[in-house]
Design a protein around this ligand. Structure first.
Ligand SMILES: Nc1ncnc2c1ncn2[C@@H]1O[C@H](COP(=O)(O)OP(=O)(O)OP(=O)(O)O)[C@@H](O)[C@H]1O
Length: 346
């Protein structure tokens, strides 16, 4: 549905040139919710603005629904943009217009008949749950309600793709949840493909099917939500995943415990494989697993858990316990088999 092929974008500033995107290639499939996550300055905004050519790439091709946007003249591009809705962190509503007019004005400018405009405004205000706020002005709405109006305005164009530029970053956690639920509904009920950028891993965790991680103008890792959580490869991806979990253990505790067995991180997507497997470990081997910290979160379609566990026992037994856990689909990290040999276990 969206394809970026070797897209680059260079800005020339007084201080010199900035390569905001460096040969970025990305494929978003029809019907999916695709998230691009990265820290500030990674190039996310530039990337999403290149999709509808709000920002024209310096090099490469952008194709949406089979049409190469980078090859279109401005008239045709204007037509294609109607199929690409966009929502923003700051909502971008007209302050002096009512909710109704914020949605209706683009249609009036395009000469759409009044009755058709009315039908669309009604339909999409109902979808976002604001059918009773026609006459309100943006200043009379909460942040979440403003974003709902912005979403209704984007949907009223009946786009095939919705671009979301940090749409929940200005909202409190509870309101964020309701907007994420709305995006899920839009994707599910209307079948709209969503490409979103965010710096918040909880957004990715809740609604994305696939994820790309950006750093320094490049995509450093791409994968399904499950791959990104269970087997992150790049350091930045690991940091984002860990941001949803525990704080590091106190050094003094680590030093105290490591003499009597390794401290490992266990991760699993099937909750039946986490704690029950640990119970079996203590039965089958001469190892006493002690959970130091743990958390289970809900990914879009499955639970995902992470536990930090001290495996108290001798080297031979803890090695067997680790193998047993891995055989049961539990990912075990932070343990180096060679370390076992040198460990003096009490
Ligand atoms: N119009 C511009 N002129 C010059 N440099 C720009 C422009 N827009 C972005 N940049 C630079 O490009 C790089 C990527 O910026 P971009 O806004 O795309 O990152 P981001 O990941 O969206 O970060 P943030 O979340 O802070 O917005 C940064 O170094 C930024 O300073």
């Amino acid at each position: 549905m969206i394809q970026l092929s070797n897209v680059s974008k260079t800005f020339y500033t007084k201080k010199g040139k900035v390569d905001a995107l460096k040969n970025v290639s990305l494929q978003v499939n029809k019907g999916e919710i695709f998230g691009v996550i990265g820290y500030s300055g990674a190039g996310k905004s530039t990337l999403i603005r290149c999709v509808n050519l709000l920002e024209r790439p310096t090099g490469g091709r952008v194709t949406v629904n089979g049409v190469e946007l980078t090859a279109l003249n401005s008239g045709k591009l204007k037509e294609m943009r109607k199929k690409i809705g966009m929502i923003f962190q700051g909502f971008n509503l007209l302050k002096t217009a009512t909710v109704y007019d914020n949605i209706a004005i683009p249609f009036r400018l395009a000469g759409v008949p009044k009755s058709e405009i009315h039908k669309r405004v009604e339909k999409y205000l109902a979808i976002v749950g604001l059918q009773d706020r026609h006459d309100s002005y943006p200043s009379q709405l909460s942040g979440g309600q403003k974003q709902r109006v912005a979403i209704a305005r984007a949907l009223a164009l009946e786009p095939e793709v919705l671009l979301s530029d940090e749409a929940t970053s200005a909202l409190d956690p509870e309101t964020t949840e309701t907007i994420l639920d709305l995006l899920l509904k839009i994707n599910d009920v209307l079948g709209i493909t969503i490409l979103l950028i965010t710096h918040e891993m909880n957004v990715v965790q809740r609604i994305c099917d696939r994820v790309a991680v950006m750093e320094n103008g490049e995509i450093v890792e791409t994968g399904s939500l499950s791959q990104i959580f269970t087997a992150p490869k790049h350091e930045t991806t690991k940091k984002f995943v860990n941001s949803l979990f525990h704080q590091p253990l106190p050094k003094s505790l680590v030093n105290e415990l490591k003499s009597s067995g390794p401290i490992v991180t266990l991760s699993f997507t099937d909750t039946s494989s986490g704690e029950p497997a640990l119970a079996l470990v203590s039965k089958k081997f001469d190892v006493y697993p002690n959970i130091l910290s743990g958390n289970v979160i809900q990914l879009k379609n499955e639970p995902y858990g992470k536990l930090i566990v001290h495996l108290q026992g001798n080297a031979e037994e803890t090695k067997k316990a680790v193998q047993f856990l891995e055989q049961r689909g539990v990912r075990v990290e932070g343990v180096n088999v060679h370390d076992f040999k040198n460990q003096r276990i009490s």
